[in-house]
Design a protein around this ligand. Structure first.
Ligand SMILES: *[C@@H]1O[C@H](CO)[C@@H](O)[C@H](O)[C@H]1NC(C)=O
Ligand SMILES: *[C@@H]1O[C@H](CO)[C@@H](O)[C@H](O)[C@H]1NC(C)=O
Ligand SMILES: *[C@@H]1O[C@H](CO)[C@@H](O)[C@H](O)[C@H]1NC(C)=O
Ligand SMILES: *[C@@H]1O[C@H](CO)[C@@H](O)[C@H](O)[C@H]1NC(C)=O
Ligand SMILES: *[C@@H]1O[C@H](CO)[C@@H](O)[C@H](O)[C@H]1NC(C)=O
Ligand SMILES: *[C@@H]1O[C@H](CO)[C@@H](O)[C@H](O)[C@H]1NC(C)=O
Length: 605
């Protein structure tokens, strides 16, 4: 009792000097060494004084340094502060975990070297891999949509011009008439209104676009980007409502994967973490919501394997392996809560191996689907490296991979030898689905033509609705934007009729991009579906091509920099740097680390 009181008194009295220590540390930390020696110690001191002290101190820091408007500071640290504090209490200031933390949260360190880990496989790859041969049967179609970010509080007429990371809501601190009233179907400064998502579902199911898909793939991120406000109640309802919307709106099976859909954003503690903030509620919602599509067995896996499952598409020889990538995500602040490296958090790499081995044994092909693409800078290098070992071992079984998260229409190529990235070493292809949310370009989805024998991809077509079109706010129309086969096929060379758009094809396309500026600029426009185009030449182009040639994050050429997110919310009229091909490390992530890196960049500018 006495010591608790003493601690309280100490906490209270420590606060003013602690606050100034932290403010000074923010002003003086300039690199990785000073992150360890100057910035982390006072933050750890605050964390040891308890979550409440930590949250209130960091909220004051955020407000004093004007990292965001006051309510956003308060909301973000109220939500993510306890997780940061939990991890700050757990790692030693000079260890590898601390370096990872300094990279992820402040952009002050580069990611440390990959911690060697050899993924165990039950069997060696067969000496003679099974041949999957196309017989020229008619292909079938599959729809892929992603990052819907539906804002159930979107308010028609509310201001689309605001000081938060998403607008079009009646925020309490907004007074006066709207300078840019939100239209019924969406705005580039706001997440998707439900009517926009309904419009997309009708376009997919309605048949007017001339296709009838066999099934759909949804690669995650359901709820809106109000990361400083969202609570478990709102997020739960968002997940449930979207499952119902997809079930009612689409007449086909949907194979979903989990995005960052937890509260606080991205928070998925590993099973080695002792906490009351368990995201099991997310798995329970999805277990029930996805069951109509993936059956009772798939639904049980969702609950058992932290949101992951694998199911064979009925009537096919294709296994869908859906992986929850959040445990490999740098912005999941729970993963920094130990100095001991955990090679395979929650056993998801082992789950992948088990499923891929089963597919190989049965002569099946597999599609891997998930939220965060394995080569992105925001995937921890360690797990990305392990993931790549799995892809290399089962490359003959994996026909293609499908991810979302970046909001961009893009791709990643995997190689058997990353020191020698050639077409003949290219051996797996990651298709990245563009977002529905209009915050990063025109709302879009993809449609694949799939070889009925090999399950490889014959064409990837992108469909959009154009938010700048005068009819968009009354009757959004969806249209074919481009076909990769038609547009890129002739640039790459002679594609035979049954030849798929495989990893070698996409590698060759990156060679075309290198040599042909017009072709690269066409791709650069298509990233945002012509909706938020950023100039990209020279260094930017070199980096963009390197990123396309990396499905393993240690090879994507990314360099951590404080404040690469600085231009994230560009003001009206400017192109948005966040949509440049080399957008930077946090993808679409908002939240506390964005606030802190923004500050560090501003200070050094
Ligand atoms: C957006 O709002 C700000 C502040 O209220 C105002 O100064 C600015 O003119 C507005 N922009 C537009 C395009 O209406
Ligand atoms: C996931 O990240 C996006 C981008 O920052 C954000 O808009 C969204 O709110 C996040 N999801 C949740 C559940 O917070
Ligand atoms: C965490 O998951 C792994 C892999 O499934 C399992 O081996 C381990 O026992 C689990 N640990 C705890 C504490 O539940
Ligand atoms: C790179 O890989 C190709 C096969 O794609 C091979 O012919 C060549 O010798 C390799 N070069 C090096 C330097 O390893
Ligand atoms: C969208 O519509 C605007 C206005 O009509 C037009 O300028 C723009 O080119 C269109 N974008 C695309 C990708 O079709
Ligand atoms: C370069 O790409 C453009 C755009 O796709 C295409 O029209 C042109 O023919 C290409 N040039 C060459 C030399 O292949």
């Amino acid at each position: 009792m006495f010591s608790a009181l003493l601690l309280l008194a100490l906490a209270a009295s420590a606060r003013p000097s602690l606050l100034s220590d932290i403010l000074t540390a923010f002003e003086t930390a300039v690199d990785c060494a000073s992150c360890h020696s100057v910035l982390l110690p006072p933050l750890q001191t605050a964390a040891h004084l308890g979550n409440d002290v930590f949250v209130s101190t960091l909220t004051t820091v955020c407000q004093t340094l004007k990292l965001a408007v006051d309510d956003v500071c308060a909301g973000e640290f109220h939500r993510s502060g306890p997780i940061l504090a939990h991890s700050l209490r757990a790692f030693s200031v000079d260890g590898t975990t601390a370096t990872k933390f300094c990279d992820a949260v402040f952009g002050l360190c580069q990611p440390p070297r990959v911690i060697p880990f050899t993924v165990p496989f039950p069997k060696a790859a067969p000496a003679i891999p099974k041949q999957f041969t196309s017989t020229g049967k008619a292909p079938f179609q599959v729809v892929h949509f992603s990052d819907v970010h539906i804002d159930r509080k979107y308010t028609v007429g509310a201001d689309a011009n605001c000081t938060k990371s998403i607008c079009c809501r009646n925020f309490g601190d907004e007074t006066g008439p709207a300078t840019e009233p939100a239209g019924p179907f969406g705005n580039a400064h706001c997440d998707s209104p439900a009517d926009l998502s309904q419009s997309m579902l009708r376009a997919i199911a309605g048949g007017e676009l001339g296709f009838k898909a066999k099934f759909a793939v949804f690669t995650g991120d359901t709820v809106a980007g109000d990361t400083w406000l969202v609570d478990e109640n709102e997020a739960s309802r968002g997940l449930v409502d979207w499952n119902v919307d997809m079930l009612d709106g689409l007449t086909m099976t949907v194979y979903p994967s989990l995005g960052n859909d937890s509260v606080p954003v991205n928070s998925f503690p590993r099973n080695t973490t002792v906490t009351t903030l368990d995201p099991q509620w997310v798995f329970i919602i999805e277990k029930a919501g996805w069951k109509p599509w993936i059956g009772a067995a798939g639904a049980d896996q969702v609950a058992h394997f932290s949101g992951s499952y694998a199911q064979v598409v009925p009537g096919t020889n294709l296994r869908i392996l859906s992986i929850n990538t959040q445990y490999w995500y740098k912005q999941n602040f729970w993963i920094y809560d130990s100095d001991t490296s955990i090679a395979d958090p929650n056993g998801l790499l082992a789950f992948m191996v088990e499923q891929l081995q089963a597919a190989e044994d049965l002569g099946q092909r597999t599609w891997i689907i998930g939220h965060i693409p394995p080569g992105k800078a925001d995937i921890v290098h360690d797990q990305s490296n392990s993931y790549d070992q799995i892809v290399q071992r089962y490359k003959n079984t994996i026909a293609a991979q499908f991810f979302g998260h970046s909001h961009k229409d893009e791709f990643e190529v995997a190689y058997s030898d990353y020191s020698n990235r050639t077409a003949s070493n290219a051996d797996s292809i990651v298709f990245i689905g563009p977002a529905l949310t209009p915050t990063s370009g025109n709302p879009a989805f993809k449609l694949y033509d799939v070889d009925s024998d090999t399950y490889e991809i014959l064409d990837a077509k992108t469909f959009i609705t154009n938010i700048s079109d005068p009819s968009f706010q009354t009757t959004p129309t969806w249209e074919l934007y481009y076909s990769a086969r038609e547009s890129y096929g002739p640039l790459v060379g002679h594609l035979q009729a049954a030849e798929p758009l495989n990893a070698a094809f996409w590698h060759q396309l990156t060679e075309v991009f290198q040599a042909n500026e017009t072709a690269f600029q066409l791709y650069n426009t298509r990233i945002s579906r012509g909706g938020a185009v950023s100039a990209c030449t020279g260094y930017c182009k070199t980096m963009a091509i390197c990123e396309l040639r990396a499905a393993r994050s240690e090879d994507n050429c990314d360099v951590s920099t404080p404040g690469i997110q600085l231009k994230k919310r560009a003001t009206r009229g400017e192109s948005r740097a966040s949509d440049a091909p080399h957008e930077g490390r946090f993808g679409c992530n908002a939240g506390v680390s964005r606030l802190m890196t923004m500050f560090l960049a501003k200070r050094s500018a």
